[in-house]
Design a protein around this ligand. Structure first.
Ligand SMILES: NC(=O)c1ccc[n+]([C@@H]2O[C@H](COP(=O)([O-])OP(=O)(O)OC[C@H]3O[C@@H](n4cnc5c(N)ncnc54)[C@H](O)[C@@H]3O)[C@@H](O)[C@H]2O)c1
Length: 222
């Protein structure tokens, strides 16, 4: 049954992956691809058979053939398309990091709720077997009450530079450690974080006005 129309906004590294996947899903009857870079649209409209090809995300998201939206722009530009999808009541998958400030995050969540829609953040690590098994073990009570969790994540310097170039306002925590924050909050479901203490320093990434690393201690209400 072909009955879902999906718009993929942003055809970079992850957006092309999402668009190729959507193009192979039999239930996706209509596909829109959108990027502000017309060169990317030219390049991918050869391999991704899309019904709507546009540089304007409003055109893609407003189209009545579209019922769901994937926002895979760089993080600086998640807010506009995610907000529009939420306003129109169209479920939206937003690549991590959700958005770059709390007001924008609250606004998208409120609009999705008001319009009976859903907003998901693409925390893809949750679908990895090792992290899923940990979640199942926590839920089954195999680990008892989890009183402490520790997570660390590294990226190469090349990845750090790519992120710094595409997003002037992100940080190692917002871009990368966010995966660990998500997993640990997921494992600690039901507990509320009440305090965050963080330290960071910048040396290698100083030319990008960016920290090299960030550590944080999150204290929960229990
Ligand atoms: N879930 C994962 O595993 C995963 C992996 C990598 C990246 N990401 C996240 O996905 C997002 C994209 O990362 P990327 O590496 O693909 O970035 P990228 O820079 O390769 O691609 C971003 C694309 O968005 C386009 N764009 C920017 N503003 C736009 C707008 N207003 N309308 C339409 N297109 C627009 C750019 O032209 C570019 O082609 C980031 O938020 C990143 O953190 C998630």
């Amino acid at each position: 049954m072909k009955n879902i129309g999906v718009a993929v906004i942003g055809l970079g590294g992850i957006g092309t992956l999402r668009a190729h996947s959507c193009a192979q899903i039999p239930q996706v009857g209509h596909l829109a691809i959108c990027d502000i870079d017309p060169g990317k649209l030219d390049k991918f409209s050869e391999t991704i058979k899309a019904d709507i090809v546009t540089e304007n995300y409003e055109e893609a998201i407003n189209d009545e053939r579209i019922q769901a939206v994937i926002v895979s722009t760089d993080e600086e530009s998640h807010y506009g398309p995610a907000k529009l999808a939420a306003e129109l009541g169209k479920p939206v998958l937003i690549e991590k990091p959700f958005v770059l400030n709390l007001d924008e995050a609250d606004d998208i969540i409120a609009k999705a709720k008001q319009n009976g829609s859903l907003a998901f953040v693409g925390y893809t690590q949750r679908f990895r077997k090792r992290y899923l098994l940990a979640k199942e073990s926590v839920e089954a009570g195999h680990l008892g009450d989890v009183v402490m969790a520790f997570g660390k994540i590294y990226v190469t310097r090349a990845v750090g530079e790519a992120v710094a170039r595409r997003s002037p306002n992100t940080t190692p925590s917002i871009n990368t450690l966010t995966y660990m924050v998500d997993l640990i909050l997921w494992y600690m479901e039901g507990k509320t974080p009440v305090e965050v203490y963080a330290r960071s320093a910048s040396k290698v990434f100083k030319p990008y006005n960016r920290d090299d690393f960030q550590w944080m201690i999150v204290t929960f209400d229990d």
